[in-house]
Design a protein around this ligand. Structure first.
Ligand code: FPP
Length: 253
């Protein structure tokens, strides 16, 4: 039972719980446009985005989703101004400081997809605290894609496999989908996260932007015009409800 289930928002007649996606991934887009629209700084837009993210985690848990992955910082996001990049990592530190206790209390397990060792030291320390504190939790797994890029993730997996081949531990013919998946960030190092059933992108953009390219082979997609800070748990729930009405065929009939 989800730890947040005490406050039950699901209308049981509306959503067939058996069809709830196991893994939902979200591209939280539109913080910058929200900031412009509301005449505040871009970092304030990200702060508002962080508040939206907190509410979505809760609703995901209530709905019984097992894995929630958010795209928080891509390998391309380093091209933004130092002020904005620094602001996002400060928010991360603030987020962990204010939310870790509640996440832990609700049995949420935090994992990072991406090379977080390259981010500022204070943020690395916060991340490591969150990972350590929640490592034995078995509720919702909350994956934060941080300094994440899917092509680099695939290259990293291929390099690990090449090293095994060079060491004579495997043959070229042993390489299959399972092996490539195993060495992705979503693979064994993070508990073998199942491929996302549903990928949501906000802000009206309809592209993947180097997010979970391997893992999305059979994912469903949902796009909304809402800017991420305006994206509400109710809209999230409506998308999940609509998803449960889709018929997934995985290439079959
Ligand atoms: C995309 O909006 C958003 C990001 C690059 C950052 C997402 C960050 C958060 C939601 C903040 C907190 C996250 C954590 C884990 C603490 P954009 O800036 O590209 O928006 P735009 O396309 O309108 O400019």
């Amino acid at each position: 039972m989800a730890a947040y289930a005490a406050i039950l928002f699901i209308g049981d007649n509306m959503i067939d719980k058996d069809l709830i996606p196991k893994h939902v991934a979200v591209i939280m887009d539109g913080n910058g446009r929200w900031a412009t629209k509301n005449k505040v700084s871009r970092v304030s837009g990200h702060n508002q985005g962080m508040l939206a993210m907190k509410d979505i985690i809760k609703r995901a848990d209530i709905l019984g989703i097992k894995y929630l992955t958010v795209y928080a910082f891509s390998t391309e996001n380093w091209k933004r101004s130092a002020e904005e990049v620094g602001g996002i990592f400060k928010l991360l530190v603030k987020y962990v400081a204010s939310e870790l206790e509640e996440l832990h209390h609700n049995n949420v397990k935090v994992r990072i997809l991406g090379d977080y060792t390259q981010i500022p030291d204070s943020a690395v320390a916060s991340i490591e605290r969150a990972l350590k504190t929640t490592e034995n939790n078995d509720g919702l797994q909350f994956n934060i894609a941080l300094n994440y890029g899917s092509r680099l993730e695939i290259i990293r997996s291929v390099k690990k496999i090449a090293a095994l081949a060079c060491a004579g531990e495997i043959n070229a013919d042993d390489i299959d989908e399972e092996m490539i998946s195993k060495y992705l960030y979503t693979g064994e190092e993070n508990g073998n996260v199942p491929d996302p059933d549903l990928i949501i992108r906000t802000s009206g953009e309809e592209r993947l932007s180097n997010f979970l390219l391997w893992q999305c082979a059979y994912s469903e997609f949902a796009f909304t015009d809402s800017l991420w800070p305006d994206f509400t748990p109710d809209e999230f729930e409506s998308i999940i409800e609509e998803y449960t009405t889709r018929h997934r065929r995985f290439g079959g009939r």
